[in-house]
Structures are given as C-alpha cells and as structure tokens.
Write a protein that binds this ligand. Sequence first.
Ligand code: GDP
Length: 141
Amino acid sequence: MTTQRTLAIIKPDAVDKGVVGQIIARVERAGFKILAAKLIQMSLADARGFYAVHRERPFFQSLCDFMTQGPCLPLVLEGENAIQRWRDLMGATDPAKAAAGTIRKDFASSIEANAVHGSDSAEAAAVEIPYFFSSLELCPR
Ligand code: GDP
C-alpha cells in the first residue's frame, strides 16, 4: 500500500444539481484527506487543455462544452491507494453500467454528464493536480 494523491473534480452537472455536499460527504466517509478544493469556472481553453488526451475522440468538443457550462469543483485527495479507491467510489464512466452505491450510479445523468472525474494513473495525477493547484494551495497534514 502506498499513500497517493489524486485529482478529483465534481463536474458542472453535479454542482448544478446541488449534490456537492453529498459527494464530499462520501469522500470524507471513505477516509480521504482533502488537501485542496476550489470552485472554478473553466474556459474552453482550460477544458481543452485538461482533456487534451481525448482530443481525437468524437465526443471531445461536446465534453469540453459540458465542462464549461457552469462551475466545477476540483479537489486533491490523499490516501492509501487513493487513485484506484477514488475511481472505485466514482463507478463506471457510463452511469448505466456503474455499480450500486457508486457516485456515478447515484448522481450522474449520462455518460458525459457523469458527476465526477478522477485521475486514472499516478502519471495522470502528477499532471492533473498542478493543472489546477499550485504547491502553495495544497494543505498536507
Ligand atoms: P473516466 O476516466 O471514467 O472519466 O472516462 P474517460 O477518461 O474515458 O472519459 C473522460 C470523460 O469523457 C468521461 O468522464 C465523460 O465525461 C466523457 N465521455 C467518456 N466517454 C464518452 C462518450 O462515449 N460520449 C460522451 N459524450 N462523453 C464521454
């Protein structure tokens, strides 16, 4: 077991639905430490940069439009095996395929508007955390 950090985002659909508090409660109940969090409104350039790995996918433009439709809440989570544990808590990308009790099963609207993001590897987390947060904004403890 290793202590890891991961980048989570509560996406605009979940902010708009008013379920930020319920999602953060699940984060805390699962034992993650929240090292940073902030409500932001991404520009199209911000979203295109963040999702650059998906730029060849047919849904890229639609995904970037969705991510900029309203504020979202990026967070840095820390814990044992945090990257996989947060993805387990999120559930499958498509809420129709997500397991019972996962965040996407309970709060996502569609495969695109699926409530939350989570880094999918240590390499991705190392790029995604500084995309939103400077080291001064992290509160390790
Ligand atoms: P994740 O790691 O589970 O978030 O999934 P991916 O990295 O494959 O995709 C990134 C994000 O793109 C997802 O969270 C969705 O918001 C969106 N997405 C993924 N697949 C599709 C799709 O088939 N159609 C659309 N419209 N959006 C998708």
